[in-house]
Write a protein that binds this ligand. Sequence first.
Ligand code: AMP
Length: 305
Amino acid sequence: MTVLVVGSVALDSVETPFGSADDALGGSATYFAASASHHTKVQLVGVVGSDYPMDKLRVLEGRGVDLAGLEHAEGESFRWRGRYRHDLNSCETLETRLGVFSHFRPKIPAQFKNAKYVFLGNIDPRLQLDVLGQVDKPKLVACDTMNFWIESRRDDLVELIKRVDLITLNDAEARQLTGESNLVVAARWIMARGPKTVVIKKGEHGAFMFHGTQVFFAPAFPLESVFDPTGAGDSFAGGFMGYLAQTDDLSEANMRRAVVVGSTMGSFVVEGFSIARLLEIGPDDIAKRIADFHRLVAFDATSHD
Ligand code: AMP
């Protein structure tokens, strides 16, 4: 099955202790699509300005990403500038310039409306809600968000979460949204408002999936060199949703596997700037890392006595 993603298509400028990039391909939809395309076909809806390097973005088309829903508007593309200091888990946003995003209204092309797997990437929750009114009858709708929208559009966000099956967010965002410091309580707070599943990402400390009464945890893959954490969350979501769409199986066991696929994809993207690593890797790299993941968490639970 195909997965539909609506989100930001950005130009990112990022500083990390290991280097910097200016106006690199970024945005929630871009990372999501690059990651999900390793697992299934992707339909992307977003907007770019007249300054966007389309020649670079078109590489995604060769990977099965349909850009028919990408609007080309007059003006500047969405730009985000962020800095990671020594603690690569926390990012400081230096600048967010909405550009063409400030007048954007997603238009889902007719051929995308019957998507069964829909991911509402990190954008204004009013736009995320708008998309829900345009799709027919998805089997799974998931959304993501970030501090910027929790601060500026909290009411719309709470309205949105009533209408999604699953939400992915990081630990700081979960605390900020719910006002709860304990993540288990925060997940319950969110589930009480609608989503059956809540995935809380904790950067290099892995990800929790709360699903009904069950909790599953996957560590992040222990990497020797993390170059740029930007996009880890969206690449996680791309792997997670891409795998669910590919297998079309929403059983709890399969959702646990999807968390591991998500963590695997997140572990690749942070090895380079922008989506570079996601364009380099292939099925063998992914399969090998999933096997390494399996070894990482496997242990013999038989007691000695
Ligand atoms: P993450 O996967 O959480 O690291 O998300 C990183 C991406 O989010 C970057 O590529 C940014 O372009 C994008 N981004 C940052 N701020 C916003 C925002 N306010 N709305 C939409 N996308 C954003």
